[in-house]
Design a protein around this ligand. Sequence first.
Ligand code: XIL
Length: 415
Amino acid sequence: MKCTKRIQLLSWCVPAVLALTLAGCGNSSKGVSSSAPSSSSHPVSSSSNSISSSSSSKDFVGGKGMSGTVNFPLGIAVPDGTGKSGVNILSNSARQQVVVSDFSQITIENKMKMSYLDIGFSDADGLVKWASDNGLTVHGHALVWHPDYQLPSWAKNPGSDFKQKLQDHVKKVTQHYAQTYPGTVVSWDVVNEALYDKSDNAGGDGDGYRKSVFFNQYGGPGYIADAFRAAREGDPNAILYYNDFNTEENQAKTDKLVELIGNLLDQGVPIDGVGFQMHVLPDWAPIDSIRQALQKIVDLDPDLFIKITELDVRVNNPYDGDSSNDYTDRDDCAVSCEGLLVQKARYKQIVETYLEVVPAHRRGGITVWGIADQDSWFYDGNGSANLPDWPLLFNNSLEPKPAYDGFKEALLGAK
Ligand code: XIL
C-alpha cells in the first residue's frame, strides 16, 4: 500500500498547543453553474433510521445515542477482518453494540474496495446485510481507487478493454447494492484520491492529477467523469461523492479539487458531493485552513453535499522533527495521557467547524475511521509515520475516550 507518508514534513509545527479560536472564514468562491441533481431526491437524512439504542446517555434525543442529535448520517468505519486489529465486526458483538448505540451509518473499512468486489460480493454483502438488519445505512467505499493492493487483475494488467472494464465495475457494483439491499447503500465514494499529493508521489504529478493506472490508461483524468456516469446508471438514487485526503490543508491540492469539481459540474457529470477524508494531526492542518477549505466547496455550488468521510485525529505528529513531544509507550495513551485531552479539543473543533461552515441541508455527514484504537490503520504507525497512535473515539476496552466527549459536545451544539 498504501497511503503512507500522507503529510509533508512540517518542521515548524508546534504540537500540544491548539489554536482554538475559530476566526476568519475564507471567502474565496468560484461561481460555477450547477448541473448537479437536486439534493431533495437524495436520502441523506438519517431521520428514518430506526435503531433502538441501549445508550444510557440522557442528553441525546431520539433514544439512539449521538446519531439521534443530528439530522445527517453519523458514520463509523467498521473492521471487516482485513484491518489492523484483524477483528471482523460480524463476530464481535461488543463492537456491534458500540455502532448501533451511537451511529446511523457505517463504512466498510476495506471489503468494498475494487479487488475484493472483483472476487465476489459475499463478504461485503454480509456486512451490508448486518447494517440493514440494524437500521443502519452504508456509505460505499470506494469504487475507483489506485493503490496496488486493492486493484483487480484487469487493472493491474490493463488491456485494450480497460475503459469498458472500469465502467462495468462501477455499474455492476452500484446496481448490485441498489437491487439487493434497496435503500441501504445510500452513498458512494465513486472516485477516491485522483489528485496528485506532494507527500505521496507514487505515480507522479499529471498537472495536479495523480498518475494512477486509471489516469495513464485514459491519457488524462477522463476516467473520473466516466466513473460518475456509470455510478449514476447503476444506482440513480445514491449520493455520489468525490473523496480525497489532505484537501483540508487549503493549499494547491484544495484549489485543484475546486477546479476538478467545477469542471465536472460544468460538463453535467452527475456528482453530488465532496468528501474530505480528514486524517489529521493534533496540530495540522490548522483549523483556519480546514475552515477555508470546506468553505471553498460550500461556495462552489449550492447543491453539493460535503461529508467528512474518514475522520481520525492522531495524538502524535511524526513529522514535526521533535521527538520530545511524542507518545511512544504503547500503554501510555491507552489509559491516559495529556495528548488525549488535546485530541478531545481537536475532535470538538473539527466537528464544530464543519457545523459552522456547512449549511444544514448540505451536510452529507461525518464518519470516524474506525471503532477501537487498535482497529486504526495508525495504531502501530503507518509507513514512515512510524509511531504508535490512538486516533479514535473508543479505547481498546471500547470505553469512550475524552475524544468521544469532545465529539459529542460539538454535535450537541448542532443547529
Ligand atoms: C485504509 C484501511 O484503514 C487499512 O485497513 C488498509 O490497509 C489501507 O486502507 N484513505 C482511504 C481508506 O480512502 O480506504 C484507507 O483505509 C485510509 C486512507
